[in-house]
Design a binder for this molecule. Structure first.
Ligand code: GAL
Length: 388
């Protein structure tokens, strides 16, 4: 592997500015297959679906072999094949986080040279007490680093203190602890960091996608865009920002907006379906746009829209976030207005690389952000190639 290529791999992984077209979603990988559903992550393989595994198999265009990259890293002093890693995901049944954890383990084993048997992936079961137990067990079992997708980001101060007291660095993913907490890491030299994506950007892209339709979302021409908003978990900053910034972007584009309904759907497809079905019964043709904080809920909304005899792109618009394969395929087929690629390749690879930096004793920034990418009919086919 040429040095330039190694640098490209490592730069992608530190995610200064990864996008779908950059490092995140490259098409083929020499390395990309095994970890997804294999014994690399005993817990992950229990719950990881075959489709999630195949969706992520394409992985990154960082096509260097594991030994080359691992060699580069271990030159800095740590043999990654002996490093023990504890990973806990807030809930295995979450579609997006399934793609994320599959890619995380695949990348660590296939491209960085970690040993499968030294990586433990646990299901937090959406229960903070359960997850806290897992973290305590990681400490007892002597892990060298943790990668944590907290059930409640508000538990970060306590978790950080526990891990810090045990001398174990932590990479938080997906659910951002508040600023007071991350400022403390920098100020007190605590070995903790966060990698994620700024949900204000994804919300803004959703609003822009509606503003870019021929009638800017005002299908019935009454001078305002009447919408329903299906929210994820409202305590989650991603849900809060997407809800706020999608509407702000539409208003910034000069549109008046009317909220018919705002309801929590907990990122869940069945809830998205039920909420949309009820809203269509209650508000009928008044509903011009269905905003969903993620694609799983938007896929549920599409089921209700179709069952209600409505047609996306003609008498209703529908947008989500994540770029799940089914959602992007629906855009190609004209059944979704748009989504936003939540770059799990970039975030997972970035998380693993931050863990390696901690293992190597390097400094890391407290906050690391990966860009979202707007997905509409203009680029859906191209994005689909990268993720499937
Ligand atoms: C979001 C993602 C959702 C869900 C959530 C979990 O970033 O869009 O689909 O996975 O994270 O915290």
């Amino acid at each position: 592997m040429k040095l330039k290529k190694i640098l490209a791999v490592l730069m992608c992984a530190t995610m200064v500015a990864a996008t779908a077209t950059g490092c995140g979603g490259g098409s083929s990988s020499a390395a990309g297959s095994s970890a997804a559903g294999s014994s690399a992550a005993p817990a992950a393989s229990e719950a990881g679906s075959a489709s999630a595994a195949s969706e992520t198999a394409a992985a990154s265009e960082a096509s260097g072999t594991a030994s080359e990259v691992a060699g580069a890293v271990s030159a800095a002093g740590v043999d990654l094949k002996d490093a023990k890693v504890g990973i806990s995901i807030y809930q295995f049944s979450d579609n997006f986080m399934t793609l994320y954890r599959t890619e995380l383990v695949r990348y660590m084993v296939d491209e960085l040279g970690f040993s499968e048997e030294n990586i433990t992936v646990q299901d937090g079961k959406n229960d903070q007490a359960e997850q806290t137990n897992q973290i305590n067990n990681f400490i007892t079992s002597g892990v060298d680093v943790m990668i944590l997708n907290l059930v409640q980001s508000s538990s970060a101060p306590q978790v950080t203190d526990t891990c810090n007291a045990a001398g174990i660095p932590v990479v938080y993913i997906n659910r951002q602890p508040d600023e007071t907490e991350s400022d403390r890491w920098t100020k007190d030299g605590i070995k903790a960091t966060y990698i994620g994506a700024d949900a204000r950007q994804s919300g803004t892209f959703q609003g822009e996608e509606i503003a870019e339709t021929p009638n800017k979302g005002d299908i019935n021409g009454d001078g305002k865009v009447s919408y329903i908003m299906i929210q994820g978990d409202p305590e989650n900053i991603d849900a809060q920002y997407r809800t706020e910034y999608s509407i702000k972007a539409l208003q910034d584009a000069g549109m008046e907006t009317e909220e018919l309904l705002l309801q929590r759907g907990d990122w869940d497809q069945a809830k998205g379906q039920q909420i949309t079905q009820d809203a269509l019964t209650q508000f009928g043709d008044q509903v011009e746009v269905v905003f969903c904080n993620n694609d799983a809920m938007a896929l549920g909304a599409l089921q209700a829209i179709q069952a209600g005899g409505r047609v996306v792109g003609e008498d209703i618009y529908l947008v989500g976030v994540d770029a799940l394969t089914d959602a992007v395929q629906n855009i190609v087929d004209g059944k979704f207005t748009g989504t936003v690629f939540n770059d799990y390749f970039g975030q997972a690879q970035g998380a693993a690389d931050l863990a390696v930096k901690f293992l190597n004793g390097e400094e890391v920034d407290a906050i690391n952000m990966v860009d979202y990418v707007k997905v509409t009919a203009d680029n859906a086919a191209e994005i689909l190639e990268k993720i499937k």
